[in-house]
Design a protein. Structure first.
Length: 164
């Protein structure tokens, strides 16, 4: 049975940031299905970040990257709605500038999350055009940047998780 496109199931969420105007605590409560934050960590970043969970694996177009559980945070930017990947002990996220390099196209993002109070393993198979994985040259910070799809984002993060 063919998979239905997230773009058909969730129309309208790819035009901008589905959480526009919401504060980080409200976004966290949405994407964590009612959970409230257990702690707030000060991070120097270009925008406020909200935890989606911890990264388990990235499947790129040409290879896969497996990571140890609880080593890398997976968070969304409150303003940009892009995915940030960074070591759990990292407290400085660099600005988006010329020090970022292309690492590949992301076919699937796997992560652990405690949504609704239940720890689970989640995965999302991205749709074409696949988002780009960028890596900061001087740190272990990565971002997953949506591609353009007919004037809209190729993926978005909404309360149901990653879509597109």
């Amino acid at each position: 049975m063919p998979k239905r496109s997230d773009r058909d199931v969730f129309p309208g969420v790819f035009a901008g940031n589905p959480f526009h105007g919401m504060n980080p605590k409200a976004i966290y409560k949405e994407i964590q299905w009612g959970n409230t934050p257990k702690e707030i960590i000060d991070i120097d970043a270009p925008e406020a970040l909200v935890s989606l969970g911890t990264l388990a694996k990235l499947k790129l177009l040409k290879n896969s990257i497996n990571v140890n559980k609880d080593c890398f945070n997976l968070a969304i930017g409150c303003t940009s709605n892009i995915l940030y990947i960074f070591p759990v002990d990292e407290r400085i996220i660099p600005e988006l500038d010329d020090n970022w390099g292309f690492m590949g196209l992301v076919k699937q993002t796997d992560y652990y999350s405690d949504k609704g109070g239940e720890e689970c393993y989640y995965y999302h198979k991205h749709e074409k055009p696949y988002p780009a994985l960028l890596s900061h040259m001087d740190t272990s910070v990565h971002i997953i940047v949506p591609q353009d799809f007919n004037g809209q984002r190729s993926y978005a993060v909404i309360k149901e998780g990653i879509v597109g």
